[in-house]
Write a protein of this length. Structure first.
Length: 119
């Protein structure tokens, strides 16, 4: 069974913008929920690979949003763990995320080797 806890990696600026309006609605870097249809998530063992794919070469300040499937679903937000084209399964959130439903936010950045550094 998949973990209840999952992550979403975004820019610090995108998170700060979300806090101003109360909801987070970016699917992934440069794409909105409306454009993609869901917000991309990853489990802890997938986040570094996703970061390398999405934020390779980025010098932006990043944050990791820590989320819980049951907490989102208890508020009527649909979360599905679905298989992607690479054969791996990822959590997808089919709604904007109210900021108060984010369990924790941690700082992150890409290092010079192109790897995600959290904390």
């Amino acid at each position: 069974m998949a973990s209840n806890t999952f992550l979403h990696l975004t820019t610090k600026q995108a998170w700060e913008d979300a806090l101003k309006v109360g909801t987070y609605s970016l699917s992934t870097k440069g794409k909105t929920l409306d454009e993609v249809g869901f917000i991309h998530g990853s489990f802890a063992d997938q986040v570094e690979e996703v970061a390398g794919f999405v934020f390779a070469g980025s010098t932006e300040e990043l944050v990791v949003l820590h989320l819980k499937i049951d907490k989102l679903e208890s508020q009527g937000i649909l979360v599905r763990v679905e298989e992607a084209s690479n054969g791996k399964s990822y959590p997808h959130i089919y709604s904007a995320i109210p900021c108060e439903l984010v369990d924790r936010v941690s700082e992150a950045h890409m290092n010079v080797e192109g790897r995600l550094v959290q904390g």
